[in-house]
Design a protein around this ligand. Structure first.
Ligand code: NAD
Ligand code: LMR
Length: 340
């Protein structure tokens, strides 16, 4: 009788432990003191699903953490500097690692112009993540995303810990912009405008699918298309040398992290377009592609194909695939091969 009760109590305790362990969500931001990093960290502090927030930067991480830690939500915030153990401690036990570390564009630059600086920053952070948080979901924000995501993949492969289901290029800002711009034209609430954006995250690789929205008449609207594909340039120009989108990107990054956390905690049907290791165009030599992805406890649950496209959208997709194949992805792969 006592033995039976002890066994039952043990089972209940084990269940309680498992449930609470699952709900413990450490989120790490690498580049937390930057233009994106600071508001992103703030939004994560406001997210009740986050229990531990680790803020790392080559300078200023502890300061941002001290500031944010005074906000009266439950999560614990810790800042880290690049001390010998700082980065590893920031990463240890993380469920999600967001990477907005790196330089932003100035007017006249393409995202590709950032490659020389950001490739090695992302490579080094990926090495640390592969060592200290090999099972985490890695969310790459640093540009050029079409090339930095393959860099992370190559590093994780080299370390023998690559899990394609847990690597994401964050393209949410394109989706956010598309929904906002459409709502401006149609005088609707942007919350109701779900525009799928596929491809990648730069210029012509950004392909919005208006034919699949509730406004198929917008296919062929060249001004709208240009705004979605080059929305980043609009902000770079307006900031006039002071950087690129930071606040809207923080919102987009926080939204994507929230979607992953929801899915990890059992919510079904969580779908976000994101740039992932994808089977869709591998036969054409394109290993990464953004399409709608259903998220789950293991990261990528299901990669949706692009669905039915209009003739014009098919032409946009062809141009996107050519760019992804020609430069973007192979450039990241080659960089790691030459600079391991
Ligand atoms: P920023 O210069 O304001 O901030 C970058 C931060 O990274 C700085 O605090 C810097 O100290 C830090 N950093 C640099 N090297 C580091 C390293 N090795 N380890 C840790 N931290 C490091 O730039 P930002 O405006 O925040 O933009 C960051 C990146 O995000 C840029 O590459 C930008 O192009 C990109 N971005 C991407 C999207 C997207 O949709 N994916 C949107 C906007 C910006
Ligand atoms: C964006 O889309 O705003 C970002 O990729 C930053 C940039 O350089 O445009």
């Amino acid at each position: 009788m006592f033995a039976a009760r002890r066994a039952l109590t043990g089972a209940v305790q084990r269940r309680a432990f498992t449930a609470s362990a699952r709900d413990l969500s450490k989120v790490t931001v690498l580049g937390a003191a930057g233009g994106i990093g600071q508001p992103l960290s703030l939004l994560l502090k406001l997210n009740p699903r986050v229990t531990d927030l680790a803020l790392y930067d080559i300078r200023g991480g502890p300061g941002v953490a001290a500031d944010i830690s005074h906000i009266n939500t439950k999560s614990k915030v810790t800042g880290y500097d690049p001390t010998p153990t700082g980065l590893a401690s920031a990463l240890k036990g993380a469920e999600i690692v967001l990477i907005p570390a790196g330089v932003p564009r100035k007017p006249g630059m393409t995202r590709d112009d950032l490659f020389n600086t950001n490739a090695s920053i992302v490579r080094d952070l990926a090495k640390a993540a592969a060592e200290s948080a090999p099972d985490a979901n890695i969310l790459v924000i640093s540009n050029p995303v079409n090339s930095t995501v393959p860099i992370v993949a190559e590093i994780f492969k080299a370390k023998g810990v690559y899990n394609p289901k847990r690597l994401f290029g964050v393209t949410t800002l394109d989706v956010v912009r598309a929904s906002r711009f459409v709502s401006e034209l149609k005088n609707t609430d942007p919350v109701d405008e779900n525009i799928t954006v596929i491809g990648g995250h730069s210029g012509v690789t950004i392909v919005p699918l208006f034919s699949q929205s509730s406004h198929p008449d917008l296919v062929g609207d060249a001004t709208l298309l240009n705004r979605v594909q080059f929305g980043g340039d609009e902000v770079v120009k307006a900031k006039d040398g002071a950087g690129s989108a930071t606040l809207s990107m923080a919102m987009a990054g926080a939204r994507f992290a929230e979607s992953l956390l929801k899915a990890a905690q059992g919510e079904k049907g969580v779908v976000e377009p994101t740039f992932v290791d994808s089977p869709l165009y591998k036969d054409q030599g394109i290993d990464f592609f953004a399409s709608k992805v259903e998220l789950g406890p293991n990261g990528v649950e299901k990669i949706h194909d692009v669905g039915k496209l209009s003739g014009e959208e098919q032409k946009l997709l062809d141009a996107c695939l050519a760019d992804l194949k020609k430069v973007n992805i192979s450039k990241g792969v080659a960089f790691v091969a030459e600079n391991p």
